[in-house]
Write a protein that binds this ligand. Structure first.
Ligand code: GLP
Length: 305
């Protein structure tokens, strides 16, 4: 079997999307995305029974990548969704010695105007929920600085730092109810880079729960762009809860559109989506995703591994 036909087999077995999308993904890979070649191109959907299981499965996936490459470059997300994943990672670090000493991390975004020590800043969130509990070197932690004097210059610098370390190996993402990843709100260009973005009304309302008053919720943020996210070697998106069900169905099974920026992931060559059953409740092809996940051994047998 030639390398190309092996890849084709995998595309057909793994890509949990309809025919048209499969063709788009395959063509796209041929054109540009598969930088390193080899088998293993996937968009795999894992449906877990609840938030705790989603957190465990996603933490295991991250831990495996860290064990595979000790100096991995992680892209990290904030929000309620990854709190459990980070807790699990801390547990793996403490109980099994998962080593973060060589890991580098770049956070997706930060509210414009918030100082790093502000209790609602994403910087504060990351240190509270993950960094202060593991052995990461603070010099290897990159988080956009919300109160920087020249944010535009900062965005250029941030992109340069990502390039300097050779790009992101594993990008962890949550998803907003309007389909955003990072703070790439509807209509964001798929080629976008780190920049300042005005927040969508729904996002401002959703984030109001963390602030004392509605007026305190920032209207702008610094965010890595869709173009930057799409250059990550691997992507892991996690989502839970009924309030994410509509958007998960749209970004996984709907058309690729800048109106749901997470749908750009359909064009990426290696995406793991881990959902709890509530977030997966509006997907149409659940049975298929479960079958593919449970029958990986058949795929491996098919391709002779
Ligand atoms: C914010 C963050 C996103 C995150 C989203 C969802 O907008 N910028 O990175 O995915 O919130 O948050 P939650 O996990 O709390 O639903």
């Amino acid at each position: 079997m030639t390398q190309d036909s092996r890849l084709k087999t995998l595309d057909y077995l793994y890509c949990a999307v309809d025919k048209q999308k499969r063709i788009t993904i395959f063509n796209n890979r041929k054109l540009k995305i598969r930088k390193k070649g080899g088998v293993g191109n996937i968009m795999e959907i894992t449906i877990t029974s609840n938030y705790d299981e989603m957190s465990k499965v996603s933490a295991q996936l991250i831990a495996q990548e860290i064990q595979r490459k000790h100096d991995i470059v992680l892209g990290l997300a904030t929000g309620d969704t990854p709190v459990g994943t980070y807790k699990e990672l801390v547990k793996i670090h403490k109980e099994e010695g998962l080593d973060f000493s060589k890991v580098k991390s770049f956070n997706l975004d930060e509210y414009l105007g918030l100082a790093p020590l502000h209790k609602n800043s994403y910087n504060y969130f990351m240190w509270e929920n993950l960094f202060k509990h593991i052995n990461i070197n603070p010099e290897n932690v990159y988080i956009p600085q919300g109160n920087i004097k020249d944010p535009e210059q900062f965005c250029i610098w941030y992109e340069e730092q990502i390039k300097k370390v050779g790009g992101i190996d594993l990008q962890v993402l949550g998803i907003g109810r309007d389909g955003h990843i990072g703070f790439n709100e509807p209509g964001s260009s798929f080629a976008s880079r780190t920049r300042i973005k005005a927040l969508y009304k729904q996002t401002i309302e959703d984030n109001a729960r963390f602030f004392d008053k509605m007026e305190d919720v920032p209207r702008f943020a610094i965010t890595i762009g869709i173009g930057t996210i799409m250059e990550a070697e691997k992507i892991l998106l996690i989502a839970n809860g009924k309030n994410k069900a509509d958007v998960c169905a749209k970004f996984i099974e709907g058309p690729v559109t800048s109106q749901i920026t997470a749908s750009a992931l359909q064009l990426h060559s290696y995406v793991n989506v881990v959902l709890d059953k509530d977030a997966a409740s509006k997907l149409k092809r659940t049975e298929y995703y479960n079958w593919v996940r449970d029958n990986k051994h058949l795929i491996q047998k098919e391709i002779g591994r």
